[in-house]
Design a protein around this ligand. Sequence first.
Ligand SMILES: Cc1ncc(C[n+]2csc(CCOP(=O)(O)OP(=O)(O)O)c2C)c(N)n1
Length: 624
Amino acid sequence: MALLETISSPQDVKKLSLDELAQLSDEIRELLVQVVAQNGGHLSSNLGAVDLTLALHRVFDAPRDKIIWDIGHQSYTHKIITGRRERIFSIRKKGGLLGFPDRDESEYDVLNTGHASTSLGFASGLAIARDRLGEGHHIVAVIGDGALTGGVALEALNHIGQVKQRLIIVLNDNKMSISPNVGGISRHLNYLVSGRPYIRMKEVIQNVLKAIPGVGMTLRDLAKKVEVLMRTMMVPGSLFDELGIKYIGPVNGHDFREMLKEFAAAKKYDFPVLLHVVTRKGEGYVPASQDPSSFHSSSPFNIENGKFIGREKTPSYSQVFGDSVRRLVEMDRRIVALTAAMPEGTGLDAVQKDFPENFFDVGIAEQYMFDFAGGLALGGFKPVLGVYSTFLQRAVDQVIHDVALMRLPLVVGLDRAGLVGGDGPTHQGLYDIALLQPVPGIVLMAPKDENELQHMVFTASRLDRPAFIRYPKEPGRGVPLDKEFHELPLGRSEVLRHGDQVLVLAVGPLAYRALEAAERLAAEGIEATVVNVRFLKPLDRELIFSLAAGIPRIATVEDGTVRGGFAAIVHAEFMDSGDPAREFLALGVGEGCLPLASRPELLAQCGLDADGIYRRLRAFVKGA
Ligand SMILES: Cc1ncc(C[n+]2csc(CCOP(=O)(O)OP(=O)(O)O)c2C)c(N)n1
């Protein structure tokens, strides 16, 4: 790692020759593979962006120039060369570097990011602010072809083309989102790379020149100039030009000479330009380049053979969800599975594989996905959506205005609901209960284990209204999975244990942790009733009030924000009942940003592991 050790800021990169840049890039790739093999992380996107990152830092002058990374999962090289090399092995670990840009971490990080497609809006705002204040720096937004499919990025392009402020968009096109990118924009990018007339014209000129014997240097030089001119002037049919943003490209994202030249040229324009840079996801590590999707968000792996290590033996909630939907499709072809660019993450690739006609990947387009699903539902189909809790936040208006008010019978699997390890604050699934609980007419469930999840998916598919099922990113408990689906009675909770000193209402898999806590309390003579809530909406009021009649204290346990969450639902019910004089304890996540940590660490920190629940219930009952 000789050269890399001499790099402590982008200034050091500026001093390197082209050969040294190539050497540095190899050294960084090697380091990235080692880091992700150990900690897990976004390997293939980072490998693909090493050369691009070095070229950008070489040409632009960060932190004065603002380099914005869309999503930010590809920013590891940026971190390494902006003073964080020595901490890179701490990435995604408790107390370590975040796997995404973080303004608190470095002055080189312009935005905190994690959700897709935000870079262009910020770049546009920053450009207007800069110009109004008479400042001269550059603003560079680096956005992937996947993130470009997000509606908010397209809204930004529309506005940028109108206001025409000076800014540079670097489109990092590797043809991949997490899975192969989809849609008309992706097709258009392919056309720009391989099919547009410029390329053909260039080939024609080159061939003509080759065919002329003894063509001298002057003619060659002239041809080169013509080529450069064409590249910057003649871009027939580019969507970006039509929108008012100058298109430049395609640029080879693994050729330093080409990138340095084009980036330097882009600095000269005083209007918005888009540089179309073509990269290869997973570049430099064969297992990742051959299977970029699996190495997109990778768990630790063996560097020699690229095999993942420590993967759980029990099926995950996502897998059980995906497989349940696949079985539903098998039973009824009106069931269709929808994802916004997360086929593998949601487990819905199981449907994609066996029933491609019943599967839609709409791209990074959560808002659109809900409207599209609404149309399918109105048209007589039964859509099942898989979406991470954190990304549902994008589509709250669609949930309320487009789906709930018309009572459209969608089934929504809310994956990664609750505390999420590794990715940090942007990916926490803490707000779905609070966002969904006031929405009229919907059903909201949370299974205690993976077997209950499959029955919930089935139950939801039989309902005549929108139904949401929230489950965390953790291994299933390994409970046996029933062969047949059965319908759960709507709005009925399940009592797991009886006791008369405290009533514990627990949401999702935290029910088992609450049960374990209750067993420990029982050994000390404190008796708790533990309820697996199952339905947060409609709530099992009948059961809860009848149990509460004989128990003085009520505790809620949830994997989400307490403010506005399940605790608030229960509280409101007791307020409404005219019997609010209760002792309440709300266990969940408090307000404020959570630090980076693993899920077990976060659960422990929030007092939501079995031990934390035990200690807080004990203090509650003892009045301590
Ligand atoms: C709103 C939103 N939805 C989904 C995701 C999950 N996600 C993270 S990276 C990614 C793919 C991004 O593709 P692209 O922008 O082309 O970058 P690449 O990884 O290919 O470099 C997706 C879908 C997200 N971060 N934000």
